[in-house]
Design a protein around this ligand. Structure first.
Ligand SMILES: CCCCCCCC/C=C\CCCCCCCC(=O)N[C@@H](COP(=O)(O)O)[C@H](O)/C=C/CCCCCCCCCCCCC
Length: 218
């Protein structure tokens, strides 16, 4: 299982990640968990190219991906085909710790919420990369996006560790090269497609969680 989640042998390609997130949305705007998880898997591949200093972030993301993959492949997997069906199934069957961690510390709802919050960071970060200029610093763009989104859910220690890791991000051009898209203009154009898509997936999930009052799961 770990190999299929973390495999580093494939080269990162932003287009593939974009295509995967595109597959996430059904006609009636449900979010397919299989493709959502595959999108994260692709992003982790990018993270893994940045070096061991990002290992603690990658490890956390991979463990959450693994939890969701296990649920999807488990005997109740049919209830996990979309985020909507997962939320309905887990809530109806009291499979979620709603106020404090208890019998279900690794529920799908709780686990996905952590990735969902990170998706907001990704949306903000990619949008700032899209509008950045040649002299923009990826470390600054990344921490601004982080402080506006994920940081409020993290402890002081995690925030400090993340801040230190951001300082070691490659520069804008190297970053664009790893995306494996082409010229900076082509990268910017692809980011212009990726950001609204990620934003839509984020918003649908956010609305669903708000509707069920599960945006603060412990
Ligand atoms: C398209 C190419 C450009 C962008 C590529 C981005 C690649 C990013 C890949 C993965 C992002 C990491 C996702 C991190 C999920 C974090 C989930 C989380 O919040 N976990 C915390 C809470 O979990 P529980 O304890 O409640 O189970 C956990 O405490 C976190 C621990 C690790 C630190 C997380 C720091 C997150 C920083 C996100 C920015 C990543 C920077 C990547 C730089 C490109």
């Amino acid at each position: 299982m770990a190999d299929s989640v973390t495999s580093d042998d494939q080269k990162f390609c932003l287009k593939e990640v974009l295509d995967t997130f595109r597959l996430c949305l059904s006609e009636n705007k449900e979010v397919y968990l299989e493709h959502y998880v595959a999108g994260w898997r692709g992003l982790v591949r990018f993270l893994n190219t940045l070096g061991s200093v990002f290992g603690f972030i990658s490890k956390d993301a991979v463990s959450k991906i693994q939890i969701l993959v296990s649920l999807l492949k488990g005997e109740d997997g049919s209830h996990y085909s979309t985020i909507q069906s997962m939320v309905k199934y887990e809530l109806e069957n009291q499979l979620v710790d709603l106020t404090k961690s208890g019998a279900h510390p690794t529920s799908g709802c709780r686990t996905l919420l952590r990735l969902h919050r990170a998706l907001r960071w990704l949306e903000l970060f990619l949008d700032s990369l899209r509008t950045s200029t040649e002299d923009s610093k990826t470390s600054v763009l990344c921490s601004v996006a982080y402080n506006e989104s994920l940081a409020k859910f993290h402890s002081w220690v995690v925030r400090k560790a993340a801040g230190m890791a951001f300082c070691l991000l490659p520069g804008r051009q190297d970053f664009f090269d790893i995306m494996n898209v082409g010229t900076p203009e082509q990268v910017v154009a692809m980011l212009g497609e990726a950001v609204p898509l990620i934003s839509e997936v984020y918003q649908i999930t956010e609305d669903l969680y708000a509707q069920h009052n599960i945006l603060d799961l412990p």
